[in-house]
Design a protein around this ligand. Sequence first.
Ligand code: NDP
Length: 452
Amino acid sequence: MTETLTALPASVREVFQTVVARNPHEPEFQQAVHEVLVSIAPVLDEHPQFVDGGILERIVEPERQIMFRVPWVDDAGRLQVNRGYRVQFSSVLGPYKGGLRFHPSVNLSIVKFLGFEQIFKNALTGQGIGGAKGGSDFDPHGRSDAEVMRFCQSFMSELYRHLGEHTDVPAGDIGVGAREIGYLFGQYRKITNRHESGMFTGKGVQWGGAEVRTEATGYGAVFFAEEMLRIHRRSLEGLRVSVSGSGNVAIYAIDKAWQLGATPVTASDSSGYVVDDDGIDVALLRQVKEQERARISEYAARRPNARFVDGARPWEVPVDVAIPSATQNELDESDARALIDNGVRAVAEGANMPSTPGAVAALQGAGVLFGPGKAANAGGVATSALEMSQNASRQRWSFSDSERKLRSIMKDVHDAAFEAADRYGHGGDYVVGANSAGFERVAHAMLAQGVI
Ligand code: NDP
């Protein structure tokens, strides 16, 4: 953790100390647990049965952690070995559910922070899904399709035994898009001899995938921003929006921002960001990032009024709304201050934990509407649950029906977080609201199901 963490209430201090002692080299996991513990203290005061039932001690420990070797052969005939992970955090509300991330930065701490967050996010959607996350330190960048396929086949050759439509249902995340999901699903089908559509979400729409799943996280984050603004009798119409990232979440956040009358002006990747005062051209961005798998500077090279800023993040650009959609801890306190100084009104997190604790405190302290990822990016997993329903009932819903459902789910997620924040005396604080509403649901189910 790069920034000082705020003091913890006495009711949760001991649990956090145990988490730190047991997981000493896992700063991201500690950060995610800390954020939840700080914000659910009022829930514990009101529900002493959660403390007596040992809910906290149990919820911070994954039900199961799987780590495995992933050997594969590259195009030059050399043996490569990566490490695979699946952390199955909680199945109290339904089968484990959460994405797979392929990125060189992946380690146990990252997978555990994501899996922990996923429990409460999934609970907040109101659907019957548990929390999990997985992935590998494999880097798909610069790898041929054949190498990616061989890696995915090796990865699934181990992971398949832990998955299943009633057990654990993965999806995509950073570095795991349509191509990787296809290869992973294909290998699962071959090994098990089962075309078990419900064991993976984010599938191609031609073979069991749901309409709007690809768009859902980005669209959902923009719907969430719209809901926060609506409470203050504002809309997105005419506002300038900055988005970070240029992957699945970012592209569709930019797309939906345009559709709702805003002008998205930035996109980024790990090399830097582009700012385009004419508004980001979604078709060109998709061409550069999805088709050519090129660097973001290529976008600026082809747009007359766009410029590439090397090695920087887009938060210095003046905007009304910011939607961080790349990765964890990509918006720190000084970025938050730059946004505030430039008059930002709302921040909705498309990524998981993109804002550091210092950034969140600064934004909330300045009265900026702040939608944490647990709520604002829940549209992706909620639409995954819709994909599971369609697979189970062998139905296919249209794009417009699915988008209508997504919009209504995002309104419900917003309202649940807003209402819980109010109920616990933290009106307008969506961090407290999202954590409290998600935690309440999980804790009640854990109490009902006994000590397991
Ligand atoms: P993608 O792989 O499609 O895109 C990731 C984007 O973020 C790329 O532009 C990538 O740039 C950039 N990025 C990744 N790591 C870094 C880094 N360390 N520094 C700067 N930029 C970085 O992933 P998604 O769009 O699916 O995921 C983005 C975020 O949204 C993640 O936090 C993920 O957990 C979260 N999320 C995703 C959901 C989904 O449905 N896909 C659901 C809910 C949350 P580069 O190409 O240079 O690596």
